[in-house]
Design a protein around this ligand. Structure first.
Ligand SMILES: [Zn+2]
Length: 221
């Protein structure tokens, strides 16, 4: 799998032993320790996956389809960071990082992918939307809401476009020193911030107190 005509080389390492997985992970990720429920990752030229998370729990053992999708998701991270090169994870907006990995895993996550709008509709009844800046810079550790928004944003922006277009966004973002917003605007002809605004308006329009929600969210953090 690649983003264009030239192949991208990714080694995929799969572990059925938690300790070996942890050891490999740390050795190849600058000593970074995977989160409790993290069963894999992908970076430059490699992806790693284990049937065990770092807390010893087993992920999706009874759901092979989901597990295959998760492997392809980590592979997606590996593809993106290999194309971009050094610094990818430091500069890529969180929503784009996770959304693209899912988009690449779409062949195996297909039906789930199409459920994103209804997922956002559901979540919008429970949570206020994270701001665009939070989606970019403080994405992780904030529960499921950023993920569902990220996936819907990527679905709206990249929808049925070819993988080669994702590759162009990554290459141009690199040329622009990590300015992903303007790379997306150039290749996809949309402004991600406007896509975010539109989604929030669409799914949170019924929330009469949205202004005060956002106000509270800003000052509660
Ligand atoms: Zn991921």
């Amino acid at each position: 799998m690649a983003f264009g005509d030239s192949p991208t080389y990714i080694n995929l390492y799969m572990f059925d032993n938690k300790d070996a997985y942890m050891e490999f992970f740390k050795a190849n990720c600058d000593g970074y320790v995977p989160g409790n429920d993290q069963s894999g990752t992908g970076s430059i030229n490699f992806a790693v996956f284990s049937e065990f998370c770092s807390d010893g729990s087993s992920r999706g053992v009874n759901d092979l389809a989901d597990r295959r999708g998760c492997v392809l998701h980590e592979y997606g991270h590996a593809l993106c960071s290999t194309i971009y090169g050094d610094d990818y994870f430091r500069v890529v907006p969180g929503w784009l990082n996770e959304g693209l990995a899912d988009l690449i895993a779409r062949p195996l996550f297909g039906p789930e992918f199409d459920k994103y709008p209804s997922n956002v509709a559901q979540e919008s009844k429970l949570y206020v939307p994270p701001s665009y800046d939070v989606l970019c810079g403080q994405f992780y550790g904030k529960g499921a809401m950023p993920y569902v928004l990220a996936k819907l944003m990527v679905k709206e922006i990249f929808g049925n476009s070819k993988l080669s277009q994702i590759g162009r966004v990554l290459v141009i973002a690199k040329e622009k020193h990590g300015d992903f917003d303007s790379a997306i605007a150039e290749v996809m002809k949309v402004n991600p911030r406007e896509v975010y605004d539109r989604i929030v308006r669409t799914y949170w329009s019924k929330s009469v107190n949205l202004e005060s929600h956002i106000f509270q969210m800003k000052f509660n953090r």
